[in-house]
Design a protein around this ligand. Structure first.
Ligand code: BES
Ligand code: MN
Ligand code: ZN
Length: 494
């Protein structure tokens, strides 16, 4: 899909479909009024007849005159003027895109960003439009054997903005395109089944990313090198699996080599059975999404490389399967992490933290300015926050608020939960430096506190994306989150 910005006055060009917003009560936006004049008053006549009310989610295509700025005009409901904001704007872009995809229109020009969107500066209005259009057009690379539905003809979308906003809108489109490419990559990887998307497959995806972008380097460490690094905690998780583990190291260089990189550490469990602490069968298939943290790191790199962002980032992805077998780690086994700290594995299903703690220790060699780990870490986080906010944990006030603010701007929200001694005390073990689980209470927080123990002297934050990274039920699939948050933080928020 191609996107371009055009100044409202220059938007006299003819388009196959003009997208125009109408508020509830059939109240025209400024851009609707302008287009109405250019189309000989068709929109006004239609509204006066009561054919369109302007409720959120409502769409109505109308044929415009032979001459004039558009072959068709698609009216999109924006809801009441008083409640209008980013959410309603994005919803309008989504429903318009759904209609366009089913239509025969090859190009369209959206006037939705001509009128101010409360809560979104022109940069974000353009960026959110590109992200929403791209997300809506995303198709799962499924393995259905029937004939594929025809691809939408839609190939080019213009975003009209006031001339004064053109520069900001162009930046928004550029960044939006990068974020959209990153989200699509994350979703493609996370949606793949675990018999395809193995640690070896992810290593191949890293090499492919590096081959596509000069600014990205990929290194892949195999089990012998992982052993040499003494990642006993990571290795304890992979023991039960016949699939070989990998440690993937991505580097994106967009700034001066003197600038310390940010480290992103992604949980790459390609399938989580729970190991000997085996999970219940219902919904276990969804544990193929347990590499969503890793996929989000790939997505962030894709976005940064597409944008050409002026930052340095390293991505560290410990990836393996968590399987039961005769060789698998048992509850009660004690392992030694790369940091030297010993861990009593009381529950083999709390495996994410076991691979991440070694990933965080490995990040130290890059002397990072900040370390952010991203993981589908706990069911408890899903209970606490559901799908709308991911969990954000950091003892660093400034880092936590910067990440939360990036989430707000990016429409990819994170809500802060505490990390505190009172909770880490619950991880005490009689036999090792710590246990890998505490009780049932505050499960998302005790998981974060486990990781916290490995972050001495680092500026660290943890994102628990167990609820936000994918949807269940009829909408089952990866959401591409938190790529927008990560990229916004790296671009604008550090
Ligand atoms: N991958 C799961 C967390 C998870 C659960 C993600 C549900 C998405 C949906 C993680 O490895 C896990 O199993 N966590 C355990 C921890 C427990 C044993 C302390 C959990 O949440 O039950
Ligand atoms: Mn688990
Ligand atoms: Zn897991």
């Amino acid at each position: 899909m191609q996107f371009h910005a055009s100044g409202m006055s220059a938007a006299r060009q003819r388009t196959a479909c003009a997208i125009v917003g109408v508020h509830e009560g059939a109240a025209m936006t400024g851009s609707a009024r302008a287009l109405d004049r250019a189309c000989g008053g068709v929109i006004g006549r239609l509204l006066r007849r009561g054919d369109f009310s302007g409720k959120t989610g409502e769409v109505l295509p109308i044929l415009a005159a032979r001459k004039g700025p558009a072959e068709r005009v698609l009216l999109v409901g924006l809801g009441p003027r008083s409640g209008y904001g980013r959410k309603q704007y994005r919803r309008a872009v989504v429903v318009a895109t759904q209609w366009l995809a089913k239509s025969g229109a090859a190009n369209a020009l959206s006037y939705l960003a001509v009128d101010p969107v409360p809560g979104a500066e022109p940069y974000y209005a353009a960026r959110h439009a590109v992200e929403s259009v791209s997300s809506t057009l995303y198709r799962i690379p499924d393995l259905k054997s029937g004939r594929k539905p025809p691809r939408p003809k839609l190939a080019r979308i213009g975003i009209a903005v006031p001339v004064a906003d053109l520069v900001a809108a162009r930046r928004g489109i550029k960044d939006g395109r990068g974020v959209a490419a990153g989200m699509a990559l994350m979703r493609d990887l996370a949606n793949l089944p675990a018999n395809v998307c193995t640690p070896t497959y992810l290593a191949g995806a890293a090499r492919k990313l590096a081959a596509e972008h000069k600014s990205v380097r990929a290194r892949v460490l195999d089990v012998r090198e992982i052993r040499r690094l003494k990642m006993g905690s990571f290795l304890s998780v992979t023991r039960g699996s016949d699939e070989p583990p990998r440690l993937i190291v991505l580097e994106y260089r967009g700034a001066s080599s003197r600038e310390a990189p940010v480290a992103l550490v992604g949980k790459g469990i390609t399938f989580d059975t729970g190991g000997i602490s085996l999970k219940q069968p219902p919904g276990m298939d969804e544990m193929k999404f347990d590499m969503s943290g890793a996929a989000s790191v790939f997505g962030a790199f894709k976005a940064l490389a597409t944008i050409g962002a002026a930052v340095n980032v390293v991505g560290i992805i410990p990836t393996c399967e968590n399987m039961p077998s005769g060789r698998a780690t048992r509850p009660g086994d004690i392992v030694t992490s790369m940091s030297g700290k010993t861990i009593e594995v009381l529950n083999t299903d709390a495996e994410g933290r076991l691979i991440l703690c070694d990933g965080i220790s490995y990040a130290r060699r890059f002397k990072p300015s900040a370390v952010v780990d991203i993981a589908t870490l706990t069911g408890a986080c899903v209970i606490a926050l559901g799908a709308h906010y991911c969990g954000l944990f950091s003892p660093d006030e400034k880092l936590a608020s910067a990440i939360a603010a990036a989430g707000e701007r990016a429409d990819d929200r994170a809500w802060r939960l505490p990390v505190a001694e009172e909770y880490s005390d619950l991880l005490k073990s009689n036999f090792a430096d710590m246990a890998n689980v505490a009780g049932r209470e505050a499960g998302a927080i005790t998981a974060a506190c486990f990781l916290w123990k490995f972050t001495d002297g680092l500026r660290w934050a943890h994102l628990d994306i167990a609820g936000s990274a994918y949807l269940s039920g009829s909408q089952k699939g990866s959401t591409g989150r938190p790529v927008p948050l990560l990229v916004d933080w790296l671009l604008h928020g550090r």
